[in-house]
Write a protein that binds this ligand. Sequence first.
Ligand code: ATP
Ligand code: MG
Length: 441
Amino acid sequence: MIKRFIRRVFGLSATAPLLVPRERHGLRREALSHGALKVCDVLRDAGHAAYVVGGAVRDLLLEIVPKDYDIATDARPEQVKPLFRRALIIGRRFRLVHVMLGQETVEVSTFRAADANTAERSEHGRVLRDNVFGTQEEDARRRDFTINALYFDPATEQIIDNHGGLADLKRRVLRMIGDPATRFREDPVRMLRAVRLAAKLGLSIEAGTRAPMRKLAPLIEHVPPARVFDEMLKLLMSGHASACVRQLREEGLSKGVLPLLDVILEQPLGERFVTLALAQTDERVRTERPVSPAFLFAALLWHEVLAASKARQAKGERPLPALEAAMDRVLDTQCEKLALTRKLTATMREVWAMQPRFEHRGGQRPYRLLEAPRFRMGYDFLEIRAASGEVNPELEAWWRAFQHADAETRKAMLLPDSGPRKKRRRRRKRNEVAEPGPEQA
Ligand code: ATP
Ligand code: MG
């Protein structure tokens, strides 16, 4: 009782010991990357505190190889930089140091405090600025989840656990530090992080943390689109995209992020298509094959493009102009929320615009399509369309055979050219499609 009171007075967590020796958590300094270890040792030799913190400690304790290492220290950026040969101070809002060691980049940030009283906020309670340096304990308190606030000291192999993160990790629970609703209001992206981390690490979101999410989901709409895009990309490329998207829907979060996704997933064909595309992406990530973000977003939005295009055709518009207009509409709507980059949308358009071209299997057209710069991506897309039942599987089988066949076989495979006669080509003004097919003339 008294002990608890004292801990409370000093702002310490009531649930966990503060300093946990190696015997009780099992993490050794040798488990760290060369760069992380070096940075901590150098900082310590210069008289500073230095801890590995955040995702790296969490992942190592779960026996997952960390993506990257974050170091937290009491040294200021301008004290950190001169200690290393290759180091850069970056960031305007909060300055941190990137230390480059060989291939590795280690991020070093100075302890900071999220002072609830001085932080600048938006009308919805979102924290716009919180750039005061602080103590280790304050630094722990401003982090999002208990399992992300474990500080490993390589010199002593002790972990500072201010918020009971070790116990939560053991129970596989994702718990917000502090009052969940307040913390989600400060930064609604934490809701997306919760879903991503839970899906990636197989954790359950603690009931109190989960409770306010549905109600606060609309706040994501006020987050700058570029940040939502970054987080969505992380989520989709996590190797657990299927699970993440399912959970986003369960928590009522998908509307703010991919406003069209719910509509798409309610149509049986759309659901099958998106499910297949996500499953394929997860498989590629897990087997370390490259994944294209453009392909993913093109897949997520395809049925929306199809629906818009069909609606236009029903009003008498010709198929290709209808498709073009549908692509514009969908991308305009989506870019407001997600800040898709121009490079990304250009590729998405190429993949979409290529789809009708697969229907022409006579004359020179299939040969020209094979030469298109994004043919492979376009074909992979066709494969999912066929597997989801949107197009005849025979069409996909034909293209699969055609692309690998020798010249003679290809010639024999061609079907009678049934498309409209080729007319004089005219350049379209607003055409962003790299290689317009002759059918677009
Ligand atoms: P991963 O690297 O697997 O995506 P991570 O938890 O390391 O997961 P980062 O974005 O690298 O995620 O962030 C590093 C650490 O910074 C987190 O572990 C957490 O302590 C803190 N952090 C990141 N984003 C937030 C946020 N929105 N609010 C509070 N703390 C955050
Ligand atoms: Mg990280």
